[in-house]
Design a protein around this ligand. Structure first.
Ligand code: ZN
Length: 138
């Protein structure tokens, strides 16, 4: 069995953003040479998410509005976590959107459904953050 590990770095200009990282993940898969197996992708931070969904701008605005209703960024004082930090909302948003994705690798490709794409969801950005890609198989 082969094993491949790589870290990808992302830095958003905004506090919150969604980035389609599917091409970066596909590059990792190519580099790994693995044709059959499983690919795991997760942020190495607790205020960002990796999730799979549609690359459609309306949906991304819907996610932003929905997450702001669930866990509004402000007022910062509404959260127990905020004191030295102001990112309680980002921890909550990340939990809703999930930590990681696992994708089947078949014939050297990500074995996706028609509209599936991998996204990096940033909820406390403006700094460099790492995403882990781990692939096992043969
Ligand atoms: Zn925090």
């Amino acid at each position: 069995m082969k094993s491949f590990r790589k870290e990808l770095w992302f830095e958003t200009d905004k506090r919150r953003d969604f980035i389609n990282i599917t091409p970066d993940v596909e590059d990792c898969l190519k580099e790994s040479g693995i044709k059959e197996g499983l690919l795991l992708c997760n942020p190495m931070h607790i205020t960002s998410s990796i999730f799979i969904n549609d690359d459609e701008s309306g949906l991304h605005k819907d996610f932003e509005l929905w997450l702001e209703k669930l866990a509004p960024e402000k007022p910062y004082s509404q959260y127990n976590h905020n004191g030295y930090e102001d990112n309680a909302d980002a921890h909550l948003k990340r939990t809703v959107m999930g930590r990681e994705v696992v994708v089947a690798v078949t014939g050297g490709k990500l074995d996706f459904g028609r509209w599936e794409q991998i996204f990096y969801g940033e909820f406390d950005g403006k700094r460099k953050k790492r995403v882990l890609v781990k692939i096992i198989g043969e």
